[in-house]
Ligand binder design. Sequence first.
Ligand code: ATP
Length: 202
Amino acid sequence: MRFTRLRLNGFKSFVDPTDLVIHDGLTGVVGPNGCGKSNLLEALRWVMGENRPTAMRGAGMEDVIFAGAATRPARNFAEVALVLDNADRLAPSGFNDADTIEIVRRITRDAGSAYKANSKDVRARDIQMLFADASTGAHSPALVRQGQISELINAKPRARRRILEEAAGISGLYQRRHEAELRLAATEQNLARVEDVLDQLA
Ligand code: ATP
């Protein structure tokens, strides 16, 4: 899977619809301080399922919506679309029925955010899994923030291990294991309750 397009609308400083075509090879984004280079990287993280406002340099997730400027009122929603080339059909099942996958995340003030994949409603978890299985995603080590290298050098071994696991594409498996363990614990509780009822009937 390859990213081929990033579209922003009302996301942070990108108040007007902006369409970026990502060609093969190296892409560089250059511009003066404060023009929105980091906002682009954050848009990528966000559409891949980032849910920590601090990772978006905000206090709440709605801070990603254009907050207004001297000459422009604030917007009521923000939307980011990421287009993936899936011609090699490497996307996980559920997403793998098309050559192109368009993931859209939209946040509306007071209404939270929602995702679509090729125009169909999908859950945040499905999107996070799609990218985790592809060894990319909101926490991917391929996306390097300012100051992240020194954080990595100073990180505790456990934190460094998480980064290696993400790079190896196994973080999705850990998430599934965690969910399976929660289901197992709930089933064990149900069984204990059934045994209590059987004891009372005996
Ligand atoms: P530098 O080179 O200094 O790192 P940059 O090109 O990476 O800068 P960004 O940090 O991406 O720039 O963009 C910062 C700009 O985005 C600031 O002008 C800030 O006011 C604007 N901005 C951030 N969030 C919002 C928002 N919700 N609404 C409007 N503007 C926003």
